[in-house]
Write a protein that binds this ligand. Structure first.
Ligand SMILES: [Zn+2]
Length: 437
């Protein structure tokens, strides 16, 4: 008896009969390594980059995670330098090319190529992964990058249409009043998007005393999930919150939660994920935080082997109560090197500021930049149209122990200003960061 749509998907992908029961973690791992060896062979044979990068590697010898950990990393800078050198198929077979100019990254943009089959596998993942969240005839409000016709965000609406549901997209996801109107008018029961956008939407929704019973579920994607935003969204809409991890390099879909708070099941038919110690590059045990790396297992156009994502997370040890054998990712709390060093030498992360600043009702979003000399932390707020800068906000920031020490010992200045006061927010789809001035 198969209940979970993702279990059904896994059986289909592994070519097993649907009534063959749950896949064991051991069988899944063995199948993944078979795909991994094929990927290494395909990449070394067909891509200019990997034919050099993997020279001397014998794919048949890669049978365990320890064997894999001996292979070199693929860096985002390798992708920026010469994306065409990764291509393993002819240009005719490329169904879509995506260019990403990541926020906070320097140098030329990354370019990614996908065949029709590569795209179809993402549609399938969303189709089965969204099954528990969306019913037939329902509407999803989706805040996705590149959701124009033919864009990669449109893969999502294709998967939703296979569930008999439909998707609506905002013209400008940062225009929160327009987003609120779209949510009301479309009667959407599920929202998908970055936590900060949905958090801002829920703040406006609550300020207008709109009802709790429209939205049933929210899938939070693309960036870290501050606990304060999860609470706000859940309390405002009275909905279940599911987390998702992914990036354009994973063709958006990467991992999705089965139940609220259970950790995100990795998209293991398409990726083998490793967590490594950022300092040593060595794999860390389950339950330990480190940098997330992935190797594609089914990508034809542009396989990536041990790709360093720059995201921090950990694998939950042990099985999930839902019985899915796919491992679970959790604790995706930020980016590698995303912290700043205060003049006291203490590290400060955006996650810490999220928890302090976003708890205030009038605050929809904020940006932070840090200047070393003279030391200052500059915060610009996006606040609700009828709100003012909360009177206790400054007090909460300067009394935060790390910041307080830097203020007292090094004369750190804290500047707080308003940026948007019309309901718009500053964040786009890039990962939010503390910028250095
Ligand atoms: Zn589960």
């Amino acid at each position: 008896m198969i209940n979970n749509p993702l279990e059904c998907w896994l059986n289909l992908r592994m070519g097993r009969p649907l009534d063959s029961g749950a896949v064991s973690p051991e069988d899944l791992r063995e199948w993944q390594f078979e795909l991994l060896r094929k990927t290494i062979k395909h990449a070394a044979k067909s891509s200019q980059f990997y034919s050099k990068h993997l020279s001397g590697i014998i794919p048949e010898n890669i049978r365990t995670p320890a064997d894999l950990s001996a292979l070199p990393f693929t860096l985002p800078s390798d992708l920026r330098k010469n994306p065409n050198s990764f291509l393993c198929v002819s240009q005719d077979e490329v169904a879509r090319a995506i260019t990403i100019s990541s926020s906070g990254s320097s140098g030329p943009p990354k370019r990614l190529f996908f065949t029709a089959g590569d795209l179809e596998r993402t549609i399938e993942f969303f189709h089965y992964g969204m099954g528990p969240l969306v019913g037939k005839g329902e509407t999803v409000l989706a805040l996705l990058p590149d959701s124009r016709p033919g864009g990669v965000g449109n893969l999502f609406s294709e998967s939703i249409s296979r569930l008999g549901a439909k998707t609506v997209y905002p013209e400008d996801p940062s225009d929160i009043p327009a987003l609120l109107n779209l949510l009301l008018n479309s009667r959407a029961t599920c929202i998908l998007g970055p936590a900060i956008h949905i958090h801002a939407l829920s703040r406006l929704w609550k300020s207008k005393r709109l009802p709790k019973n429209q939205v049933r579920s929210a899938l939070l994607c693309w960036d870290v999930l501050p606990s304060v935003t999860i609470q706000t969204i859940s309390n405002t809409f009275g909905c279940e919150i599911f987390s998702h991890w992914g990036m354009t390099e994973t063709c958006l879909g990467g991992a999705v939660e089965c139940f609220q708070g259970s950790g995100m099941h990795l998209r293991e038919p398409d990726f083998y994920v490793e967590i490594v110690d950022p300092a040593t590059g060595l794999p860390v045990p389950d339950g330990t935080s480190g940098e997330i790396l992935f190797t594609t297992l089914s990508r034809r156009a542009m396989p990536l082997i041990r790709y360093k994502t720059g995201d921090i997370g950990q694998i939950i040890s042990g099985p999930c109560t839902c019985s899915l054998p796919m491992r679970r990712l959790t604790g995706v709390t930020g980016r590698l090197n995303g912290d700043i060093r205060l003049p006291t030498s203490e590290q400060l992360s955006l996650s810490e500021l999220n928890e302090i600043i976003l708890q205030f009702v009038g605050v929809l979003d904020f940006k932070v930049s840090f200047q070393q000399h003279p030391p200052s932390l500059n915060i610009t707020l996006d606040i609700s149209p009828e709100a003012k800068i909360p009177s206790d906000l400054s007090k909460s920031i300067i009394s935060y122990p790390k910041l307080n020490r830097a203020i007292v010992e090094n004369d750190l200045k804290i500047n707080i200003e308003i940026d948007n006061h019309n309901g718009n927010i500053s964040s786009g789809f890039g990962k939010r960061l503390i910028t250095s001035a």
